[in-house]
Design a binder for this molecule. Structure first.
Ligand code: AMP
Length: 279
């Protein structure tokens, strides 16, 4: 496995593979890799001759008061995870390598990005679309892998790839959870013991929503209210949003039909966690 810190070297390596007729999969990450990331890399390695993992804490997707500086980083461990999962190359650029000092071009989206996480993070998806576009241009993969964990991001990337004619198959991968139900996230490391326990309220609230939908409840407002009620039983939890939306358009649903997604964001102490499930 190789590690490239520049765009030029990454392009050179991928071009060599292309000359040999090899297919390429890309797994974009912000590093501090866990089994959720690993599942994407393993899937990509099964479907492509070579896998590139990008490992880059992208500054443009963080708001001014967010956790850019404290976001966990451990390149040595990440390299071991990538190697074991079957990656051929890690692209690990510095912010200066990715963004010119006078960078002024962004990829933005008119809909899909206004609700859910876009409400509290108004510039987040502009940063995501911009960096993912850059990675798509740098690596030019056949396929790119994203987790259902970030359901809004997955829908946004699918739409961006469609709208901007990226010739790349976008592959969505299932959420990987801890044994007790907590969705794996690099941000789980922020939680202390009590908060880690309290964080179970996210998957429990979603389970309640799923149960109701399974039992035939079609009224989205009722399911939302029940999930909110469940979350409020946890004193360390503060709701950012609880929504039922269409999984492709991210538009709010009144009736549970089509591809309904229950998506939630909850502060556990100072840590904002997200989770979701298809109903
Ligand atoms: P991140 O490093 O948090 O930006 O995540 C990189 C990729 O891994 C994104 O496509 C995420 O959706 C995906 N991912 C993160 N956590 C999980 C998880 N628990 N299960 C599946 N995919 C995940």
């Amino acid at each position: 496995m190789q590690i490239a810190e520049t765009i030029e070297e990454t392009r050179r390596i991928v071009k060599e593979w292309r000359k040999e007729g090899l297919s390429v999969g890309l797994v974009p990450t912000m590093g501090y890799l866990h089994d959720g990331h690993k599942s994407l890399i393993v899937r990509a390695a099964g479907e492509n001759d070579r896998v590139v993992v990008s490992d880059f804490v992208n500054p443009t997707q963080f708001g001014v008061n967010e956790d850019l500086d404290s976001y966990p980083r451990d390149m040595e461990r990440d390299a071991a995870v990538c190697e074991e999962a079957g990656a051929a190359l890690i692209f690990h650029p510095s912010p200066e390598e990715m963004y010119f000092p006078d960078h002024c071009t962004f990829v933005d989206m008119e809909s899909l990005t206004k609700g859910l996480c876009g409400k509290t993070r108004p510039t987040h998806f502009r940063g995501v679309c911009t960096v993912v576009s850059k990675l798509f241009h740098i690596v030019a993969p056949d396929r790119a892998y994203f987790g259902q964990k970030d359901a809004q991001q997955l829908a946004v990337i699918r739409r961006m790839a469609r709208d901007l004619d990226f010739d790349i198959e976008i592959v969505g991968c299932p959420i990987v959870r801890e044994a007790d139900g907590l969705a794996m996230s690099s941000r789980n490391t922020y939680l202390d013991g009590k908060e880690r326990q309290a964080a179970l309220i996210l998957s429990q609230a979603l389970a309640r929503g799923e149960e109701m939908a399974k039992a035939g409840e079609k009224d989205a407002a009722k399911i939302k209210a029940a999930m909110e009620e469940k979350i409020r039983t946890e004193p360390l939890a503060k709701i950012d949003y609880v929504e039922i939306v269409d999984a492709d358009t991210m538009e709010s649903l009144d009736t549970v039909a089509g591809r309904p997604l229950a998506a939630i964001a909850v502060y556990i102490g100072k840590t904002r966690l997200i989770d979701n499930t298809l109903l």
